[in-house]
Design a protein around this ligand. Sequence first.
Ligand code: HH2
Length: 295
Amino acid sequence: MIVTRSGPLRADRAVAVMGILNLTPDSFFDGGWYTEPERAIARGEEMVAEGADALDLGGESTRPGASPVQAEEELRRVLPTLRRLRALVQVPISVDTYKARVARAAIGEGADIINDISAGRLDPEMLAVVAGSDAHIVLMHMQGTPADMQVSPTYPRDDVVTAVVEFLSERATAVQAAGVAPERIILDPGIGFGKSTAHNLALISRLDALVALGYPVMVGPSRKRFVGEITGSGPENRLEGTAAAVALAVDRGSAIVRVHDVAAMVRVVRVAEACRRARDPELSRSQQGAPYAGR
Ligand code: HH2
């Protein structure tokens, strides 16, 4: 079970749904919708009412081709909404940042999870900040940076699954060496971060290889480009494609799904996890990395 500073992600060890709240002008789906704190706070509360088990606040878009935002600006976008939501909702709150300065301030304002798309590599201070707190950290795999990651991504022997598993295993070890307890680590294959459609499909369909490391695994396929490439649709028409990817990720052992459409995906997750539990109750119980063994 994942027990954050604000309590368990899901007390019953079921799969958790993390609602995305981008406080940016330029995110690929919800960019510009929640730049006003009032709107963001209302959406955060709405997602919790829809069944979100956690919220993920982001102050910088990391869509392909995005350019970086200064820490100052990211803090200006994130902190007011984080502060208010922290007082209003009970669920754990994650902040999507790779900057130590933003992470430190967010933890100070009550963030429970730091969601680092660089797995602690882009800011040398990040691991010390998390180690010095009791926050959880999401370590995500990304090849390259958002600016260049989708320029014909390739992997040794075309084996993206092995590359991602090895990378995240090494990063989890490094993070523990920096002083973060294994119970505070969540792994994420980084759907769409330096990956072709084929790479994303391989990672979702063989997610069990990552789950086997023993840490809880989070997956974020929500409305991403690979769904559009398969269905021929823009971000606004990728709900059903996202649902398919979410269901399969749950079936392969995902502990958390990071999604925009909380109400719909809560229903998808409940059915997918029930199917999974019917097939294998033991696997379902270990889905949230319960054993923390063998590392
Ligand atoms: N995807 C996005 C951003 N952060 N973090 C994790 N751990 N996993 C993901 O898959 C992930 C992430 C990109 O999606 P979104 O936040 O909707 O868009 P944007 O980066 O344009 O704000």
